[in-house]
Design a protein around this ligand. Sequence first.
Ligand code: FAD
Length: 550
Amino acid sequence: MTGARSWWGWGLEEAAYEGEALAGIGGMLAHRFEVEASSPVDPVDPTGVALPAPRVQLPEALADLASRDAVDRLRHGHGASFREVVRALHGDVPRPPDLVVRPRHRDDVARILDWCSDAGVVCVPWGGGTSVVGGVTPPSEPSISLDLERLDAVLEIDQVSGHAHIEGGAMGPAIEARLADVGLTFRHFPQSWEFSTLGGWIATRAGGHFATGPTHIDDLVAAIGAETPTGRWASRRLPGSGAGPSPDRWLLGSEGTLGVITDAWVRVQPRPTSRVQATARFVTFDQGLDAVRALTRDGLLPANCRLLDPVEATLAGAAPPDCTHTLLLLGFEAPERDLTAETNHALELIRGQGGEVVDGPTARRGDATGTATGGAGAWREAFLRGPYLRDAVARLGGIAETFETACTWDRAHELVATLRETAQRAATEVCGGAVVSVRTTHAYPDGVAPYLTVIAPGPRTTGRPGPAVGRAQAAAWDEVKVAVSEVIDAASATITHHHAVGRDHRTWYDRQRPDPFARALRAARSELDPAGILNPGVLTDAAVGPRSNA
Ligand SMILES: Cc1cc2nc3c(=O)[nH]c(=O)nc-3n(C[C@H](O)[C@H](O)[C@H](O)COP(=O)(O)OP(=O)(O)OC[C@H]3O[C@@H](n4cnc5c(N)ncnc54)[C@H](O)[C@@H]3O)c2cc1C
């Protein structure tokens, strides 16, 4: 990863849409929604944003780990959801951390947690800051953002067992580069892979972009090491174990509330050299869902099994603008195995559900990560550029955000239809128009994970660019998000399949999880973190609030 990171939005500053490309997006929005083209807002100069002085100071022994730099604090004052990004664009970061603290090794983490507990200062663990659910946003109490970027090493590789021991702050590209040296891959590729960390993936139960098989971080973790305010937590590295509830499962999805994940042993594998891809089309999305169900019920494990409705297919450039079909992007991959038999079987099942194969099957040999062609290649490119497009829409006064869920097959068709209609209606009511697209991200023998994108012209605001404009855009999205979240809850689907709970999903997560479980979680929190300093408000209310005597 090279180049300067954007302090307010996604990724690298140099990769953002600017100039003609940005104006072109503005023109498309204006044309699609029949509104006047907006001039893009420039991000405020972060050095000009007035911040309150830090309320806390680390003791001398730890002081060199802390940054009081205003831009650093601003960048750590928000995550990467649309609602936070569009406010940050206007310099509206209401609760920056008092300090950004960067431990050099896990002993530093333990000492910092000790100090936070004694001083009653909140500690918000920070991996890459790509949370889209308010998971890294500091509360109003005095706080530090604990940025793990210096804990970024691949410590050891056990080639015999296929395990690697990696520090929690390591990001996707560094992990893959080190493993590639020895012909291995971790094969966990969330869309945010370039800028997110192993610790963050574990803390949020991240989902990689492969549609089936071991793609969730849950399945790829063999042992976890964490520092808690009351001591070190390290599990044994095992291929499996029936010894009581799994300590790793406790930390998976703990979102920085039980401890700081400093390192983990993960399962790695030989790099795939055998690949096949094909594209099929269906007259309706429902037919496509039936085909995906048929594939997964049959035990097939395609790496790519992405169903795109016509809007999604068009937005991604995987189909021409007049496309009325649903597309299924299908791909298999394996270290060496010939994939002809399973591909042919999959295509037979697809045809049996009314699908028509329009591209492929195309087989490729060799280490060919990222060389997909045709519809799959176009879709991959759009997938990687998607977050930059979202930032461009934010600058143009619009709304661009996604939401996701999962449900069993018996409810899938109805839920997708209701979510699409609800998002369309809610966004149109608030913004006067909307484009809503649907795709599936993950498929299981018993259900599917639908993922929806909403693009809208944004609320009509008057006056000069400023925090009020960003807040109006964020509030407009919030209305849509509440409407669709109520539908998800009413269908007993999950409020998040892989984006985590954070602060933003609390209302619906609190309804989803069993009450005794919530009590157990709070009790675990208070045992591990008696001073209530770890990410209060995320996942549950802390059993005790942080008491500030800083
Ligand atoms: C454009 C975009 C695309 C995305 N695509 C995907 C996707 O494909 N799949 C997916 O699952 N998610 C995706 N996400 C969401 C996000 O990237 C994931 O939740 C990711 O796992 C967060 O990792 P991070 O290192 O950035 O963690 P952060 O955002 O820094 O933190 C996330 C949460 O984990 C806690 N945390 C972080 N590090 C640690 C640690 N070491 N110990 C304890 N707690 C910690 C934080 O306190 C916070 O609560 C996407 C987000 C964006 C903006």
